[in-house]
Design a protein around this ligand. Structure first.
Ligand code: AHR
Length: 497
């Protein structure tokens, strides 16, 4: 089995926008409480932020975190989450059927972001609320002083403005489950008006409007067109969301889901450009893939959660090895669209469908942690137009290549990284790539994530069951030609310099 990568040093797709390695923290389950915030935990700092979790987030190098929802945001009052904690109300949290204590909120989140070395991507409630509240919260965050809400922030202890640059205008407003769900026309108008008033407060911000909750929504396509037609001038990005699962235990089809993701991205780009053409606009709308992951393991157990408890174990998918392979392929898909996908958020970051899990006694890395971390650490620079000549197999999403791959170069540091997933469950592939334009480059490291059990998991008791191993002996450069072995069912990071 052979796969050939064809690249040219001058044929680049785009510089990688580091924000594609973003993630997401929602007030949901144990993402916030017992995840990033647990004052009585032995790992908590003086603010109650868990340092063991912060260290793992730093290891990934997460550049942005979307917050506070998700479905949660669509009935959320941001004012509940600022000021003295003792005065903050307990609220029915209707999206997930629990009670929200508001002991961690906007003020803490901005502070936590600084400590963890990330930037906030803040979502406003366009479900039960509207443009008045969107105006107020950006005044609270981004105006220096001397007005009602900026002075309220100062009184709450934050002298300097938060300067949040990236704003989501609502969440999944196309979904009938969304509180305040609307038609595309209603939402497009509302988002356009919210973006307008928010940019009057701070013209330096960027806005993300809601696209479809998945490729399979009945309104998909028309939703994007109508929303953009009504909000084009004040919008910077259109969002996409997708989750895949393997409930049928059909691994080849599951691993082919990245083909569907690729089609989704290409189609949404076409719709953005259609609206651009109709409007004779010079402005290009880029994409924010601000929820993506595998999600299905916890569906059954979540049906048993009792109503109105506080931060239950909810959406706690325990990921296995094959999930990590798909997450690797999804990262490759995002990179291959680096010219238009400028933001992406792995949903989510801690405990809730997350790469990081916690218990009272520690934090550990799920299987999907590894491709996410390695792409974030090594996938910065310029994406090369990577032609992958690989055999394909039939899948429910169409023909799927056995090997997904992309090459990222970092000319400044004279480094080149190849990401590759071999989806063949039985057989190795031999990868070749002509690197004669990169004279003198040698293999620095070939790291492989593989396991003989597709269902192998990392748990609190066995946290290192699935983790990358060094396989540098699997790659060599001879006369400028790279040859690498990609073991059956594997995620590979081949680094040259
Ligand atoms: O990430 C979990 C949920 O998935 C989010 O709240 C929602 O936006 C999506 O449906």
């Amino acid at each position: 089995n052979k796969v050939q990568l064809c690249i040219d040093r001058d044929f680049t797709i785009s510089k990688v926008d580091e924000r594609i390695y973003g993630s997401f923290i929602e007030h949901l389950g144990r993402a916030v409480y017992e995840g990033i915030y647990q004052p009585d935990n032995k790992f908590a700092d003086k603010n109650g932020y868990r340092e063991d979790v912060m260290n793992l987030i730093k290891e990934i190098g997460v550049p942005i975190v979307r917050y506070p929802g998700g479905n949660f945001v669509s009935a959320f009052n941001w004012e509940d989450s600022v000021g003295p904690k003792k005065d903050r109300p307990r609220r029915l949290e209707l999206a997930w059927g629990v009670v929200e204590t508001n002991q961690f909120g906007l003020d803490e989140f901005v502070d936590w972001c600084k400590k963890v070395g990330t930037k906030p991507m803040y979502a406003v409630n366009l479900g039960t609320r509207g443009i008045e509240d969107a105006k107020n919260v950006i005044e609270y965050c981004n105006i220096k002083s001397g007005t009602k809400y900026s002075d309220m922030r100062i009184k709450n202890g934050a002298k300097d403005p938060y300067n949040i640059k990236l704003w989501c205008l609502g969440n999944e407003m196309d979904g009938p489950w969304q509180m305040g769900h609307m038609t595309a026309q209603e939402y497009g108008l509302k988002a356009g008006r919210a973006g307008h008033i928010m940019k009057l407060v701070d013209s330096s911000i960027e806005t993300v409007v809601c696209g479809s909750s998945s490729l399979y929504m009945n309104t998909y396509g028309e939703w994007e067109r109508v929303v953009l037609e009504n909000s084009y001038d004040t919008t910077d990005y259109l969002s996409l969301h997708t989750y895949y699962g393997n409930a049928e235990n059909d691994t080849p089809n599951f691993l082919a889901s990245s083909v569907a993701m690729d089609q989704f991205i290409s189609q949404v780009i076409s719709i953005c450009d259609y609206v651009k053409a109709v409007k004779r606009s010079k402005k290009t709308i880029n994409l924010s893939f601000d929820e993506w992951n595998v999600w299905y393991h916890s569906n059954e157990q979540d049906k048993k959660i009792e109503k109105w408890c506080e931060h239950p174990h909810q959406l706690e998918d325990v990921y296995n090895f094959e999930d990590a392979l798909l997450v690797g392929s999804m990262l490759i898909t995002l990179l291959r669209h680096a010219d238009r996908v400028k933001i992406a958020c792995l949903a989510q970051l801690v405990n809730v469908i997350a790469p990081i899990m916690t218990s009272d006694t520690g934090a550990w890395r799920q299987t999907i942690f590894y491709p996410y971390m390695q792409a974030s650490v090594y996938g910065r620079g310029e994406v090369l137009n990577t032609v992958v000549k690989a055999p394909t197999y039939e899948s429910k999403h169409g023909d799927a290549p056995y090997v997904d791959s992309v090459v990222v170069t970092d000319e400044e540091n004279e480094a080149l990284t190849i990401f590759a997933v071999n989806k063949n469950l039985e057989e190795d592939f031999e990868l070749t790539c002509d690197l004669r334009q990169y004279a003198g480059y040698k293999v620095v490291e070939h790291s492989v994530l593989t396991h003989n059990d597709l269902k192998a998991e990392n748990t609190e008791q066995n946290p290192d069951n699935v983790k990358p191993v060094d396989f540098t002996k699997g790659s060599k450069v001879d006369n400028g030609i790279l040859t690498s072995k990609l073991p059956a069912k594997s995620w590979n990071v081949i680094r040259l310099a």
